[in-house]
Every structure is written in structure tokens, then in C-alpha cells.
Design a protein around this ligand. Sequence first.
Ligand code: HPA
Length: 242
Amino acid sequence: MKYGIIGGSGLTKFRDLKIEHREIVKTPYGEASAPLIHGRFGDVELVFLPRHGSGHRLPPHSINYRANIWAMKELGIREVIGIATVGGISSPPNALVIPDQIIDYTWGREQTFFDGVDGHVSHIDFTEPYCESLRLKLITAATSSGSNVITEGVYGATQGPRLETAAEIRRMRQDGCDLVGMTAMPEASLAREAGLCYATCALVVNWAAGIGDEGPISQQLINQYIEQGMESVRQLIFKLEG
Ligand code: HPA
């Protein structure tokens, strides 16, 4: 089984991926963030797509989520893993979390394949936004790679690209969010609309705004956590069931 991996900040390049070939996939929604890379990481066969484009040039609200998911589907991928760096509301920096729920605070993004243009309207069930079988595979792989993984959590998806205010994070905490990030939506719901099995592997790279007493969020500190944590994410991918 080939996995689709959509890499986020910190996973724009996939070090040690044995690249087989690159493929530009045309979709009715335009171009995906980058050519899709077919490759092998240990025994794991995968198709890798850097969400923010090669060289990290696309901010979260400008990503063509529809083209990215369509391209995965077009290549016959059935399981897609979204890698995300997030702020922690209840989990500390460095934690690896496999979320089980989402609250969507994004706006103005192209968020559906069912926009009625072709006369086809459909309402997907999204009670459980993530695919449980893939979540379990991620948890198993994380555990066998030695990570202390947190097996559930609510991902609050914000619009960005700015980070949140302290009051926004207080509200999100009251809403029940454990994590805050900018890319889970509409990636997760489009995957469901496309009939793909989708789950997120989230790496906490900072305390969310106003949490803890660290003052302003430092990009330098975020980069340090990304560097350390992405190694755990790579180990997790290495251990995925082939
Ligand atoms: N907020 C939103 N997105 C993020 C954060 C954050 O604090 N950290 C990493 N991605």
C-alpha cells in the first residue's frame, strides 16, 4: 500500500527519501503545490507532496487544497497522512499528537469538490473527521519508533498566516481545542469528499499565544522544535506498516 504524505513546515524536503520519479498532476482545480514525488523510505512506499510548495512559498490560506487532494486521488492513493506543525493549547512543545477531532475557524478557502457547479450537491458525514484505521497505524508506528505519542486531541484550524491573540486562544481552549494550526482544513474534509482515508500527525512546536509565561512566540524557538521533532516524524513514517 502506497501512502500519500502531505508534508508541512519542516517537512518540505524529505531527507533520505529514495526518489523514484516526480510527477506533475493536472487537476480540474489547477496545479498541486508542487510535483508529486514517488519514492521509498525504508520499506515504506510513498508519494510525497510539500503542502507549502517547493521552497515553502505558499501561506496556509493560499494553498490549493483541492488540487493537492485531487492529485493524490488521481495517483490511486487511498491513505493520506497530513504532517502538521502546531501550537500547543494543552500539549507542550515537542509533543507528537494524532488528533481525533477538528474545529474549523478558517474562512474564504475553496473548501469543497461539491460546489454545485456540475449540479451535484452532496453532504459528507464528518462526525469523525479522521480515518480511524489510519490514526491507529500512525499511533502504532509512533509507539514502535519510541515516541511518546498523544493519541487524541482536538485540532483547531485557524486562518493565519498571523498567529493568534491570547484571547483567541482562551476562546479556543474553552471550545475544547488542544492544538492550533492552519492547514487541517479544508484538507481533511476534501479528503473525505474524495473518499480517501486521511489522518494528521501533528508536532507541537510552540505553546499557543498567551499560554505559559514565555512571552511572544519566537520563530527561532519554533525552528529549533521543528528540527528536533521532524526527526521523530521521520522515524514514525519509517515504521509505518508497509
Ligand atoms: N498557531 C497556529 N498555527 C501554528 C502555531 C500556532 O501557534 N504554531 C505552529 N503552527
